[in-house]
Design a binder for this molecule. Structure first.
Ligand SMILES: [Zn+2]
Length: 365
């Protein structure tokens, strides 16, 4: 039996979002009609958000000490926290039973769903078992989770064997960095991903630009961070039509700087946004939007697109990301008359600058 649902309010419509007042009619999750009409509803109807870079295995460690305390400052030390194989997170992941890891990842997925995120792309450590653990955590959850796996051993013939096993289970590869592994190993991984027609994501240029050339030489689909990319790097990224995921709040807490977002956008690069390690940030995309507007000075509609449509494009999840007839996007309905949002004049500006997860009334689809 098919089911129909009609929702009305101020609708953020289309890939280049504009706001109309009216209604949306969904049948079995697919938008079959959109119409303009006056409505007394103060609700705001928006596509859900897309978190284009996470490490939700980090749910086992949410409040680490970030470095050495010197006076009233903390000297941040990114490598000691996250660098494989011996960074704190990897030691804790090793020591955490699989059942506990899965349970905590489920909690983070629920948190994402509750904060308006409908899709995410995760760098999953731990080889095939790590990927299977996230698959397990995703079971029964109404969210699109792209798993970008990582091999657990890098010696000899085992690389190709494990990469093949991994790519049978995962949606692609998520590599920690081009200088973290032997070049031959990385090239083998890239070849196996190509043979399986699955995407190759890699961290690059997070702390400095030393790994950017090596990362680009692997011809990745998506570069994560590029905080220290220079204009010529970005020109190459644009020319080769690669995408970038930036992680503003992660870069702040690790103290690595601010990514050149305006330059990326000016060059026409598809830029999406991720909350990065759960160890460093809650997976709250509203907080990323606020940072992009207020700290980076990015235009409101551009920020909204980066956190919806662009993320969906990078995840190859083209059925979501914006509201249009014939699509089946996940939709969040926000309370435009909440104490926080009442009085806003433009729902897009209102959402990116000040909306919070507690303004969400419901998520549909
Ligand atoms: Zn990352």
């Amino acid at each position: 039996m098919s089911s129909e649902q009609i929702i009305s309010g101020k609708i953020i419509l289309g890939p280049e979002p504009e706001v109309i007042e009216g209604y949306i009619c969904l049948r079995d999750g697919v938008i079959i009609d959109i119409g303009e009409e006056n409505t007394s509803s103060e609700n705001i109807i928006s596509p859900c958000l897309v978190n284009a870079h996470t490490h939700i295995g980090d749910s086992v460690l949410k409040d680490p000490i970030l470095g050495k305390i010197v006076g009233n400052r903390v000297e941040r030390d990114l490598d000691s926290l996250v660098k494989p194989p011996d960074g704190l997170k990897h030691r804790i992941l090793q020591a955490t039973p699989q059942s506990r890891l899965i349970e905590l990842m489920k909690r983070t997925i629920s948190d994402m769903l509750g904060t308006g995120t409908s899709a995410f792309a995760d760098f999953r450590e731990g080889g095939v078992p790590g990927t299977l653990a996230l698959k397990n955590a995703l079971e029964g959850k109404n969210i699109i989770g792209r798993i970008l796996g990582r091999i657990s051993r890098t010696e000899g013939n085992y690389v190709e064997y494990e990469a093949e096993r991994l790519l049978k289970e995962s949606d692609g590869l998520g590599i920690s960095g081009a200088l973290d592994m032997d070049k031959n190993v990385l090239e083998t991984l890239r070849q196996v991903a190509a043979a399986y027609k699955k995407p190759f994501f890699i961290h690059a240029g997070e702390k400095n630009r030393t790994d950017i050339d090596s990362a680009l030489s692997l011809d990745p689909h998506v570069l994560v961070h590029m905080t220290h990319a220079e204009s010529h790097d970005l020109k190459q990224v644009a020319d080769e039509q690669k995408s970038v995921v930036i992680c503003p709040r992660s870069n702040f807490i690790t103290g690595v700087g601010m990514s050149p977002v305006k330059n990326m956008l000016d060059l026409g690069i598809t830029v999406a946004v991720g909350t990065d390690n759960v160890m460093l940030n809650s997976p709250n995309m509203f907080a990323e939007m606020e940072a992009l507007v207020k700290i980076f000075g990015i235009e409101d509609r551009q920020v909204f697109m980066m956190c919806t449509l662009n993320g969906a494009s990078i995840l190859n999840a083209n059925e979501i990301g914006y509201i249009a007839k014939g699509l089946s996007p996940k939709i969040m309905v926000l309370n435009g008359s909440s104490d926080n949002l009442t009085g806003i004049t433009d729902p897009i500006r209102g959402i990116v600058r000040r909306a919070r997860p507690d303004d969400i009334l419901t998520v549909i689809n």
